[in-house]
Design a protein around this ligand. Sequence first.
Ligand SMILES: [Mn+2]
Length: 287
Amino acid sequence: MQMEFFYTYGAIKTALPLVDAKDADFVIFGVPFDSTTSYRPGARFGPVLVRQATINLESYILDYDIDLADVKIADIGDINIVAGNSFETMKRIMETIKELKIMNPKAIPVMLGGEHSMTYAPVRALKPKSYIVFDAHLDLRNEFGGNPWNHACVTRRISELGVEIAGFGIRSGIREEVEYAKERNIKWIHAREYSLEKFREIVKNMPEPVYISIDIDVFDLSMVPSTGTPEAGGLKFWEIIEALEWLTKEKEVVGFDIMEVAGTELGDITALTGAKLMFYLIGMLSR
Ligand SMILES: [Mn+2]
């Protein structure tokens, strides 16, 4: 167990050869928090489930000719969350990222969720100029059930940080969210109308550096049955990989996350999708 971080504890580790956080190019940590989930609970198990699923994956990425065993990757365990307290948990995430950046300024944090609301913390800590999100939901509500830190409000809270925002694979929201997006010039593409061309058209003019957030529910439901707020009609695996490949080639990336993997069993479909996505993202960022 690594003891250098005040707010993390040892968890099941990613199945790759790992290095110390001070030497790593990528630093994985989990946020086992799902206190505001409105439909299906279980995202608190996401970090463990995704790491468990990495046991199934080859470290060699065929189409990149990159072996992740040669990439400097650390896994510092999970954030010691405060159940039911989003704000205190997010403070601990921000503290941990601050500690990491002091120790190793070049490290790219990789957050495994956990509910999507937690994404506010790395965005606030890393201060990107742009926020690119893949999500089934707009997440632009001002509050949900009286709680401004609910998962349905995360993109709105991030917009209040003055970050440029674009969302892809969206297929759920309410009229108020669509109006807010228009007012704030938040660009989004419906899953039905998604294409790589549209993605590039929007993202090419966005400022760097960027933060990438993947709500696992952006994928077609067949690939991600265990998630907090599942929605039919999502994107395909390679559609998202191709967008990310273009993005990581064109723009500097300060961090990314894979959120809302849920489940109560080890090794489920959703976790396998999340783990494969994490391997590809680390692979493309190491090219
Ligand atoms: Mn979502």
